[in-house]
Design a protein around this ligand. Structure first.
Ligand SMILES: C[S@@+](CC[C@H](N)C(=O)[O-])C[C@H]1O[C@@H](n2cnc3c(N)ncnc32)[C@H](O)[C@@H]1O
Length: 217
């Protein structure tokens, strides 16, 4: 019998009950931004795709997209929506773990992550970065949007003043990233092309560190 994962359980319940308060990032702006750097007909993998809002945006812009998430219920729901809209040749969702991505090497023109890395155990960061690099083609784009250490306050926390940037609430880990942590994690085989802190006044004053890398070997 596999052991229960309380963090996965949290995400499952959030999607089942509609309490996934994070599903409101401006995906449209990000999709337009990323589109500038993608070849026509690019194949994109969205890690931790949740309700699939970003993959749907990218598909709208003509790209082929696969969303990967470990919550089966939300994957099935998204695939029902894909069938309903009739865009199955462009978009599909798969159940899987971002720490063991179920695709062969050099499969994608871009890999995107909106808020997944920030929830992973520190011990898994290297595996995650290795998996992103493995499935990206040379020259491929990696777009990451994670909680930033510049966040003045989130829930009752003051990330900006935290030494570690690590917090936990209801069995879910949250890490607020610094620019240097991202650089350290993606120092081998990636070139940073763009990085900025995005201030979101409507999301508990969270700040997101948006980083765009190109895989260069
Ligand atoms: C904060 S939510 C973000 C969802 C979506 N990217 C968005 O922006 O709306 C994090 C997502 O990552 C998924 N997730 C967390 N850890 C994962 C893992 N190890 N493998 C696959 N998915 C994971 C969760 O199920 C959840 O959907």
């Amino acid at each position: 019998m596999t052991q229960a994962d309380p963090q996965k359980n949290f995400f499952e319940i959030a999607y089942r009950t509609g309490t996934d308060s994070w599903t409101h990032i401006p995906y449209e702006i990000s999709a337009k931004h990323l589109a500038e750097y993608l070849p026509k007909n690019a194949l994109v993998l969205d890690l931790g795709s949740g309700r699939g809002r970003f993959p749907f945006e990218l598909a709208k812009q003509g790209f082929r997209v696969i969303g990967l998430d470990y919550v089966k219920e939300v994957i099935d729901k998204n695939n029902d929506e894909v069938r309903l809209v009739g865009i199955g040749s462009q978009l599909r969702f798969m159940e899987g773990n971002v720490l063991d991505i179920p695709f062969t090497d050099s499969s994608f023109d871009a890999v995107t992550d909106f808020g997944v890395l920030q929830h992973l155990d520190r011990a898994d960061w290297e595996t995650y970065a290795h998996e992103v690099k493995r499935v990206l083609k040379n020259g491929g784009q990696y777009l990451s949007v994670e909680l930033s250490r510049e966040t003045p306050q989130y829930l009752t926390w003051i990330p900006k003043k935290s030494e570690t940037g690590d917090f936990e609430f209801e069995n879910v880990k949250y890490h607020f990233f610094t620019e240097s942590e991202m650089s350290e994690l993606f120092k081998d085989g990636f070139a940073l092309e763009d990085q900025q802190n995005l201030f979101m006044s409507d999301r508990e004053h969270a700040v997101f560190l948006v980083s765009r890398y190109r895989k260069n070997n």
